[in-house]
Write a protein that binds this ligand. Structure first.
Ligand code: UDP
Length: 323
């Protein structure tokens, strides 16, 4: 059985991928520094507490575990914080990944699947966004991810690294079991904030701008269910011998902020208190994926194509949260 190290396996997407891999016959285990992750999110799998900046600990993990491939989620991912504190982002995301790649090389592990992001594209020049779209990140978070993509290309040529970097659009939803889900502190993402406003845990949801040039004036995004992301990671691990490169992961559907609120009201049967606020700096009006490469290379298709179905899983989690 292949043993897969899920770096950042106690985080939102990492924990869903860990569960998905184990349900599909992989001996996957989690490594996490628990700075953002939750130990309760690691279900029925080994969790090793370690930090990417502590190379000795990483060496020890590789010495003590047979690792066939690494899936690497461990990164800071708050855009606003990355603008205020870029040092934290470059150090953790870039140097952390360099450490991981060094230790992998020392231990003859050459397969990695990586969490990249549509934030590497910056402001879109056209939509849907395909993988050939120019990359020009508008914040340090996106810049760290793009830097790592470049490192992979050079390491492939020089050291034979086999990599796939998956550029996600907006991860959303939760596992149907209700055992794991999204839990960020502070929470900045639209869907959990809308659900918390509906539950009375927040005063309201602030719509950041209703004067964009879109169908209803609010921003359009491509929301992809976290278990559809999880599945793509497993398929990517299985393809590493044949394919190396960059692949978008989105549903290809653009949903507005107002449509999210309406769908959440339908799913919950309750009204969402809403106020219109100023635009948030750095928000492009429209972002959605051309996902044909994922289908072609990975044989991947999104299972959750209706936003109501994605929100239903998030609501199930939000109303019965374990952490
Ligand atoms: N958004 C909003 N109010 C909020 C949080 C987000 O109107 O309290 C909007 C935001 O402007 C963007 C969309 O919801 O258009 C998704 O934002 P999120 O932070 O969830 O993800 P992002 O697209 O920034 O990665």
């Amino acid at each position: 059985m292949e043993r897969i190290m899920v770096m950042g396996g106690a985080g939102y997407i990492g924990s869903h991928t860990l569960k998905y891999l184990r349900e599909h016959g992989y001996d996957a285990f989690a490594v996490d520094n628990l700075s953002c992750g939750h130990k309760e999110a690691v279900l029925d799998a080994d969790l090793i507490k370690a930090d990417l900046l502590d190379k000795d600990s990483l060496e020890e993990i590789f010495k003590n575990n047979k690792v066939d491939a690494v899936i690497h989620f461990a990164a800071y991912s708050l855009v606003g914080e990355s603008v205020e504190n870029p040092a934290k982002y470059y150090r953790n995301n870039v140097i952390g990944t360099l450490n991981l790649l060094d230790v992998m090389r020392n231990n003859n592990v050459n397969k990695i699947v990586f969490s990249s992001t549509c934030a590497t594209y910056g402001n879109p020049q056209y939509t849907p966004i395909d993988e050939k779209h120019p990359q020009s990140p508008i914040n340090p978070y996106g810049q760290t991810k793009l830097t790592i993509e470049k490192i992979f290309q050079d390491y492939q040529k020089a050291y034979g690294l086999k990599y796939i970097a998956l550029r996600y659009f907006n991860a959303a939803g939760a596992d149907e079991s209700g055992l794991i889900g999204e839990s960020h502190n502070p929470e900045s993402h639209l869907i959990p904030i809308v659900l918390q406003a509906i539950m009375g845990k927040r005063e309201n949801i602030k719509i950041y701008g209703d004067d964009y040039d879109t169908k209803d004036g609010t921003c359009l995004r491509d929301y992809i269910h976290v278990n559809d992301l999880a599945k793509a990671h497993m398929l990517a691990v299985e393809k590493l011998d044949e394919y190396q490169g960059f692949i978008n992961l989105g549903t290809g559907v653009a949903t507005s902020v107002k449509e999210i609120i309406k769908a959440a009201e339908e799913v919950s049967g309750k009204e969402c208190p809403t106020v219109i606020a100023a635009r948030r700096t750095g928000d492009p009006a429209v972002l959605y994926a051309d996902n044909r490469l994922a289908e072609k290379v990975l044989g991947w298709k999104a299972k959750y194509t209706k936003i109501e179905d994605i929100i239903r899983t998030a609501w199930n989690w939000e109303t019965n949260r374990r952490f």
